[in-house]
Write a protein that binds this ligand. Sequence first.
Ligand code: G4P
Length: 527
Amino acid sequence: MSNYLSELRRRRTFAIVAHPDAGKTTLTEKLLLFGGAIQTAGAVKSNKIKKSTVSDFMEIERQRGISVSTSVMGFEYRDLQINILDTPGHEDFQEDTYRTLTAVDSAIVVIDVANGVEKQTEKLTKVCRMRATPIIFFVNKLDREGKDGFDLLDEIEQKLDLRVCPLSWPIGMGQRFKGVYNMYEKKLVLFNPHGKQEEEEIIVFEDLTSPDLEKHIGESAARELRSDVEVLETVYPPFNKEDYLAGKICPIFFGSAVNNFGVKELLDCFVEIAPTPLPRHAEEREVKPEERKMSGFVFKIFANMDPKHRDRIAFLRICSGKFERNKNYRHIRLEREFKFPNPTMFMASKKTLLEEAYPGDVVGLYDSGNFKIGDTLTEGELLHFKGIPSFSPEQFRYVENADPMKQKQFVKGLDQLMDEGVAQMFTRQSDGRRIIGTVGQLQFEVIQHRLESEYNAKCRYEAVSLHKACWVSAEDPKAMAEFLDRRKRDIAKDSEGQLVFLAETPWILQTAQENFPKIKFSFTSEG
Ligand code: G4P
């Protein structure tokens, strides 16, 4: 096998997602410990904001700015290059998470055994399912009392509308938690609440009918495990890697991240089954990772909030070919060649200068304002990668310049913040007013704060009563012209110049849909 192909097949790029507090940070940290990327617990900074205040958020971002390495965590495990892409912990920044999910090849979803499927679990798995991203579930906190395992499997299947395939099964929980039976490897993994992972007792156990089971876990637990496994084997499909890779079944593991229990089983299975870098769809064609010409897209921009270091880092996911330092690449939107003398990669929690990178890798490019989210780099071919849509925001406000002397700074600041994907901006065509759309309240405060501290501009918000912003399109130009004329007052453009219908109420949206059947109303910018 050529060096290129063997490098490609070594890559596993994924994200860990969860409802806040389910244990994402803890699990990430334990995985990094296994990979030797960090030596001590506590090295991974939680990026979640306990109090939803802007100063709290800024402080966390400032700390993260110092060690940008938390955005992508790379490590080697069993000769594979594992890239974990970090996602924001705060739900007001969901859209950042959605975009990160476009840059991964699979996901691990963490669920708290007591809380089951929560609001964010639903939203995030839905985004994975839109793209058929293979998912593995990790049910966490088995050292605490929680929901019954079977109830939980039902809940996951029903609420998330997918098929699960348990690969491990808990033996008791909370005080009575004895460990898990790993059905994937036919092993009993026994929990020692006071021990370390190295002391985790693993017993190969092919035949659950053997009386030895009683010796290890006691009579009642043995009885229960045998009957549980019998039910599992009749009700749930046997594991099949193709179905997992097609997103048709989702393996489930049980464990306790904080106790480092069940984490190694998860990782060992993950490296065996998780996909190598997958093809990516561009508007023009499908791009395969085996292709030798470099292509990639920017899915995240990280602004350094330290005013002394105003550079930004654009994160490029490599889709095909080998990326090389100091080589010229075509920036498709700007129609210009760029080369990068200092691309960085994030290995072993340290930033390192990178000479080359392969599909699945994420490269950090220093940027002085040339990149927007969704931008494509290639060796010349005209490609536009799809799958980085904007989602219809949930909260809206007019934004106005509050300092007439600083109009230029205000406009530049807003434009750059929108390029970073902090929020979305719509310009209403009838009166030219700018409307900011966000997922949560916190983003408005962040914009205001960053305009002041980074751009020396001031903004003021005004209430606007809006229910949804939908992207509109039509095959029939006459129908579109009529719609635009009749609904003049409600038409805006997003920052890409795409047409958007601003609906004040659900009823207005519904009647518009009924009255204009030739118009397609989309809730994401990619339809
Ligand atoms: P998140 O990134 O998904 O938001 O969750 P995080 O890992 O920060 O974990 C949330 C809380 O759950 C933390 O407690 C963490 O210690 C705890 N936790 C994680 N895994 C387990 C587990 O297997 N069992 C139990 N019992 N708890 C677990 P915290 O009190 O919020 O923070 P900390 O001060 O303990 O770090």
